[in-house]
Each structure stands twice: as structure tokens, then as C-alpha cells.
Ligand binder design. Structure first.
Ligand SMILES: Nc1ncnc2c1ncn2[C@@H]1O[C@H](COP(=O)(O)OP(=O)(O)OP(=O)(O)O)[C@@H](O)[C@H]1O
Ligand SMILES: [Mg+2]
Length: 462
């Protein structure tokens, strides 16, 4: 992108942020007024001639900020809006909640009705479900029961990963509303900055956003392999029509599951990236070989986290080294095996129910569980490229570089049955080797040196 383009994008980002901040300020002022009134009614036992519902939430019908769009999208009720802004309050205007530090003089402690927690570093008040119930319901028992509904797993707050009460394991006997009210990282980011959220690898999110600077034109594949890949694009383009207009959703499963298999470096990951890039979808790569080793309980939760987040965003999920997990299930001989099998079964179910595109990649198709491979819409083999393809790969990869006259791509393509990934590795070696000779031009001997290294890596010799 050119300099002006970057500047324009930055300006737009700032504009979005400013718009969002205005909406947030109005929403916070509303919360503050409601809070004061609730305090008067329920703590000071005053009888003001107004109920909290008479303080109307800000009118967002003409507001284009991300926050306002979110409220409209979910057609949020006043109660839901109060809970949402309360969950954001410690992050943007924590002092609004200082009112809750008021002590109950009779008992010399803060009012039980306020709920709330004090953080380890944050010195302000952290709201719990109880705080939300106090603001919305006061002492009204029927209304408090309604508030509980907002925190049920079936409510969209929890189902779509917007906010939840963070239930502590082993504390189930404590009232549900005593748990902290937590907005998800995703919605915190989206609703404060006004920017879409793109999570990246962490221990609780074992997936990485993939991207590529290459385009379809750079992908060198057999036409019949490309034709199979284009079936996935076709599904993405026509899914809505097929399922809804043609009414096939009664018969067909949602989503699309593809297996890419073949030797290393043949373009499986690149193809997944290009699919996302051309369709404007984010591709997240889950490296199962890293996940599986510590795959007891906790990781199951993390995988569920990926699927839950992916579900509403239309991400393409790309599972690399899929055989590590989707490989043949073992005959459960001990409880550890049984546990592993259970987790595989769980994952199979999630893969099958996913409404977007899932691509699994492996070098070892033979290791894949039959029960699993049955569920793929396509299984695409990525072969080692043939002579013509290798020639194109050599030429494309070295395009724009200065070459000595002795560099002969025909000979290289003819003599070595290697894949695109190896050619890219050789490109790196031989650029460095030319530079270390003090040359800007690459010679055949640099390439051959690179080839030797690459082949040695694969356990072969030149
Ligand atoms: N068919 C191809 N067309 C164009 N470039 C390719 C092709 N195959 C590989 N490459 C180049 O090699 C790089 C590595 O390929 P990629 O990561 O897609 O291989 P892979 O099949 O996923 O390998 P692995 O099985 O080891 O994960 C690509 O980023 C690209 O630069
Ligand atoms: Mg790969």
C-alpha cells in the first residue's frame, strides 16, 4: 500500500475510535445516573418520584459507531445495555464504581448488595453478577431472577462469547452472581477501539492468523488439483443460495471440510492462505503437533475456545499436522488412552458441526482415522511438482534477481524432484552464499550448494 493509502487508513481508524469514544461516554454517563438513583432508592431509602427505567438510555438509532451498531445488532434491552456497559466500566471509567466502596454503618463493611471484588493490582471496584443485579433489580426478587437469565449459557452474551460470569472451579456452592463480570478480550477490544479483533497465539488460544503476499497466479499446481481447490471457493460463494434459496439445509450439513495431503512443501498451507485472501476470510492455523502433547483437559477447553470464537466469524480453520490428533484412535488400554479417545471424539464432533470451512493438512494420509476421513467433502492430494511445474517454480522464485549466465533452471528442474518449499529454502541459502562471496549475482554453484544443504536435510545427497 502507498504512503497516502496508509495515512488514509490511519485517519479512518482514528475517526472510528473517536466516534466510538463519544458513544461510550454517553453510555457511561447513563450508567452513572442509573447508579446514583439506585443508590438513593435502595440504600438511602429515599422515595424519588422516578424509577431507574425512567432514565432513558442514550438514543443510538442514528449513531454509526461500532458500539451503537453492536447494540442495534442484538436489539439489546436496557438491562442488557446496563450489564454490557458495567462490564466495560472498570476498563474505561473505573472511578464511576467508587460509590460501591460506601460502608454499611451498621456492620462496618461494604453493602452485601453491591457484590464486587477488589483486584490484585486494580485498586478500583470490580463488578460481579451481584453488582449488575443490584443496579437493575434492587430488592425486587422477581427482577433479580430475570437478571439471572442474562448470565445463562443459552443467552447470547455467553453463547457468542461477549461477556460472562467467570465461574471459579470448586466454588459452585457459592451463589452464581458472586462471580466476576467479565467482558471477553474480543469484545473489549472491539467495543473500545472500534476495531475488529484478531486474536493471536497464546496459551489459551493455540492458533495463529496466517497471511501471504502471494496470489493465485503464483500458485503452481496441476489443473485438476486447482479444480478441486476451486470447489471450496464455489461452496463459499454459493453456500447461502444452496442452503437457503434452494432449501437444502434440511439435507446438507453446514460448512465444508477438506483434507489436504501430500509431501512437505507442496503448497498446502499456501493454498489455505490464498483461499482466505481471495474470499476475504481470516485463516487461523492450529498446530496440532504442539497442542497434542499437553492435550489433557485444559487443551480441550482451549480448542473449544477456538471453535466458539470461530463460529461467529466465518474463519477458515486450518489444522496443520492433523494426523497428530485425527490419527487412528488407539485401543483404549488404560485410562489415559480412554481420555485421549474421548477428546478426539469431542473434536470430531466440533469439526463436524462447524459452520465454516475447515482444512486439515497432513503428510501422512494413511494415518488418518477412517471414521474421520468419511466426513470430508474433499480430499485433495498435493503431489511433488512435475518437471514443468518445477521449472515454473524455479523461475518464479528467482524472478527479479541477478543471475550468472551458468544458471540453468531446465537442468535444475530436470535433475531434482523437489517441491516448492525446498526451492524457497534454496533461494534463501544461495542469496546468502552469493552475498558472503561479496557478489550481488547468484551463480549455479550457489544454487548447488543450497541444494546440497536442502537434500542433506531430507536425508538425501546430490
Ligand atoms: N505449489 C506451489 N506453488 C507455488 N509456491 C509453492 C508451492 N508449493 C510450495 N511453494 C512455496 O513454498 C512455500 C512453502 O509451502 P507450503 O508451506 O504451502 O507447503 P506445505 O505443503 O504446507 O508443506 P508442509 O507439509 O511441510 O506443511 C510457500 O510459501 C511457497 O513460497
Ligand atoms: Mg504446511
Amino acid at each position: 500500500m502507498c504512503f497516502l493509502g496508509v495515512l488514509k487508513q490511519k485517519n479512518m481508524m482514528h475517526q472510528r475510535m473517536r466516534n466510538n469514544a463519544k458513544t461510550l461516554s454517553r453510555e457511561l454517563n447513563w450508567l452513572k445516573s442509573v447508579l446514583k438513583l439506585r443508590y438513593k432508592i435502595s440504600i438511602e431509602s429515599q422515595r424519588p418520584n422516578q424509577d431507574i427505567y425512567e432514565i432513558l438510555p442514550p438514543d443510538i438509532s442514528q449513531d454509526n459507531s461500532v458500539y451503537a451498531q453492536c447494540i442495534r445488532h442484538f436489539a439489546m434491552s436496557s438491562d442488557e445495555r446496563l450489564v454490557l456497559i458495567l462490564s466495560l466500566c472498570p476498563h474505561i471509567r473505573p472511578e464511576i464504581l467508587d460509590l460501591f466502596f460506601t460502608k454499611n454503618k451498621s456492620y462496618e463493611r461494604i453493602y452485601t448488595q453491591f457484590g464486587g471484588l477488589v483486584g490484585k493490582r486494580h485498586s478500583g471496584f470490580l463488578p460481579t453478577g451481584e453488582t449488575a443485579a443490584f443496579i437493575i433489580a434492587g430488592n425486587n426478587v422477581a427482577k433479580r431472577i430475570e437478571v439471572l437469565e442474562l448470565f445463562r449459557p443459552s443467552h447470547y452474551f455467553s453463547k457468542l462469547g461477549i461477556l460472562k460470569l467467570d465461574l471459579q472451579k470448586g466454588q459452585y456452592r457459592e451463589p452464581v452472581l458472586s462471580n466476576p463480570l467479565e467482558i471477553s478480550e474480543e469484545y473489549l477490544m472491539r467495543l473500545t477501539s472500534g476495531q475488529p479483533y484478531k486474536p493471536d497465539f497464546s496459551t489459551t488460544f493455540p492458533a495463529k492468523l496466517l497471511s501471504t503476499r502471494l496470489d493465485w497466479a503464483d500458485l503452481v499446481l496441476d489443473p485438476h488439483v486447482l479444480a478441486e481447490v476451486s470447489e471450496i471457493t464455489a461452496w463459499l460463494e454459493h453456500e447461502d443460495k444452496i442452503m437457503n434459496d434452494w432449501g437444502l439445509k434440511k439435507l446438507l450439513k453446514r460448512g465444508y471440510r477438506a483434507l489436504f495431503y501430500g509431501p512437505p512443501g507442496t503448497g498446502k498451507t499456501l493454498t489455505a492462505c490464498l483461499l482466505g485472501k481471495s474470499m476475504g476470510l481470516d485463516v487461523y492455523r492450529v498446530d496440532l503437533s504442539q497442542v497434542v502433547s499437553k492435550y489433557i483437559g485444559e487443551t480441550e477447553k482451549n480448542m473449544a475456545n477456538i471453535f466458539d470464537q470461530a463460529e461467529n466469524k466465518n474463519w477458515i480453520l486450518f489444522f496443520d499436522e492433523a494426523d497428530a490428533l485425527f490419527g487412528k484412535r488407539t485401543n483404549a488400554s488404560d485410562s489415559k488412552d480412554r481420555h485421549a479417545n474421548q477428546e478426539v471424539a469431542y473434536l470430531l464432533q466440533r469439526v463436524e458441526d462447524y459452520s465454516g470451512v475447515i482444512i486439515l493438512a497432513t503428510n501422512l494420509k494413511a494415518n488418518m482415522d477412517i471414521a474421520f476421513t468419511r466426513r470430508f467433502q474433499s480430499m485433495i492430494y498435493f503431489p511433488t511438482p512435475n518437471y514443468e511445474q518445477r521449472l515454473r517454480l524455479w523461475r518464479n522464485s528467482f524472478e527479479g534477481l541477478q543471475l550468472e549466465d551458468d544458471v540453468d533452471f531446465h537442468q535444475l528442474a530436470n535433475d531434482h524432484k523437489i517441491a516448492g518449499g525446498s526451492i524457497i529454502n534454496i533461494l534463501r541459502y544461495c542469496s546468502l552464499s552469493a552475498l558472503s562471496r561479496g557478489q550481488d549475482k547468484i551463480a549455479m554453484e550457489d544454487i548447488e550448494e543450497g541444494l546440497r544443504k536442502e537434500l542433506r536435510k531430507e536425508g538425501k545427497t546430490l
